[in-house]
Ligand binder design. Structure first.
Ligand code: SF4
Length: 382
């Protein structure tokens, strides 16, 4: 029986030429994420899934390690097609190693021996057919860090676009100018996890804050629809000073970027910190408001944060979208995305009209599924 490494080594192709360069002595430099790894011959990059064989960079291709239809609010996107279903697909691996990762079984594959998730052989055509058969409006690359598997995401997005679907990235934002240029023609929505505003914290997670802040500015400037999430972890990233600086940075890019501040619960290796409380979320939301952010959402504690799940008009305070968790309880935006009371334009990607909530909870395919069959690899471990 093959190992996961052996199976994945069969599911690769050469990296897009814009995402790497050849160096001397058969070394290559990858530009798919902010690490910009120089990779010696025969070695993988930090993410473990892109590797140099004979002076050529090989990258993941032709499989998925997880797919599921979710409400788009779960990604979370609150200003993009509310109520739509987002068909979410992922591969394996990540360029960071967050101790609290909720997707560690897929993201830490090839790094943590306990993270074993067998890949499923599949084509972009089959994935998009499946998304359509389940009623999805959006296809999202998520679960692992999609930047490190950008070529495969773009292959799926090209297919999705030609079928009339919207496309999105759920990412840590550790990007490069090269990869954002590569993604831009095929990607509509981009969610960034801004995990901290302290470079020392990012070092603990395996990254640097510089490339992430640069990427946030660039994602916005390039015209992706951008929303930012900060998982609020008591004692890790919740000091008043840090939150104020983080919010001021986002306001500086644009006060119209929605900021989701969400509640932490113990996961993976981070089980010493206490869970985030309602008061913690409300304090962070108030810091965001004072900094000048116009759209702040407190997440993961549905029904407990008052109006902080709702979208309100920043001009006249009219409630425009009322939510409970992922569920839209009321939708009052006009067909052209304006406040019905004062006609202010609300930034976002709005459908011409709200077609109702397709699903309030994640669901798995049943009778509407296209019924595809594929090869699930059996593996022995790493
Ligand atoms: S995706 Fe990032 S971590 Fe992986 S090889 Fe490329 S630069 Fe290195």
């Amino acid at each position: 029986m093959p190992t996961l490494r052996e199976v994945l080594d069969q599911r690769v192709r050469e990296a897009d030429s814009s995402l790497y360069e050849k160096l001397d002595n058969r070394r290559v430099r990858c530009f798919s994420c902010g690490h910009c790894c120089p990779i010696p011959e025969g070695q993988p990059g930090v993410c473990k899934v892109r590797y140099n064989r004979g002076g050529t960079l090989y990258v993941p291709w032709g499989y998925t390690a997880g797919m599921q239809c979710d409400p788009i609010e779960k990604k979370p996107f609150f200003h993009a097609y509310p109520g739509a279903l987002a068909y979410s697909v992922g591969m394996l691996g990540c360029d960071l190693h967050c101790a609290y990762c909720q997707n560690w079984v897929t993201s830490q594959a090839l790094r943590d021996p306990r993270a074993v998730s067998p890949p499923l052989e599949v084509s972009p055509q089959v994935l998009v057919r499946e998304a359509l058969s389940q009623g999805a409006k959006v296809v999202v690359s998520t679960y692992n860090e999609p930047l490190i598997t950008s070529e495969w995401a773009v292959a799926i997005f090209k297919e999705a676009r030609s079928a009339g679907l919207v496309t999105g990235f759920v990412s840590n934002g550790n990007a490069t100018p090269q990869v954002l240029e590569y993604l831009r023609p095929w990607t509509d929505l981009y969610k960034v996890d801004l995990k901290s505003f302290d470079d020392r914290r990012y070092h603990e997670l395996g990254g640097r804050i510089g490339p992430i802040l640069d990427s946030i500015r660039r994602i916005y400037a390039l015209g992706f629809w951008l929303e930012i999430v900060t998982l609020l972890i008591p004692g890790f990233n919740d000091s008043e000073d840090e939150l104020r600086k983080l919010c001021e940075f986002v306001v500086n890019v644009s006060p119209d970027i929605p900021w989701h501040v969400t509640a932490f619960h113990a996961d993976y290796k981070m089980d010493g910190e206490r869970d985030t409380t309602v008061d913690d979320l409300l304090r962070a939301a108030e810091i965001g408001r004072q900094a000048g952010l116009r759209y702040i959402y407190a997440g993961n504690l549905p029904g407990s944060v008052g109006p902080h799940e709702d979208t309100r008009c920043p001009q006249c305070s009219e409630t425009l979208i009322q939510r409970y968790g992922y569920l839209i309880e009321e939708y009052r935006l006009t067909t052209d995305g304006r406040c019905p009371r004062c006609a202010s334009s609300i930034p976002g990607r709005w459908a011409p009209e709200f077609s109702g909530q397709i699903a309030s909870i994640p669901f798995r395919p049943h009778k509407n599924s296209a019924g595809w069959r594929s090869r699930l690899f059996t593996i022995t471990g790493h």
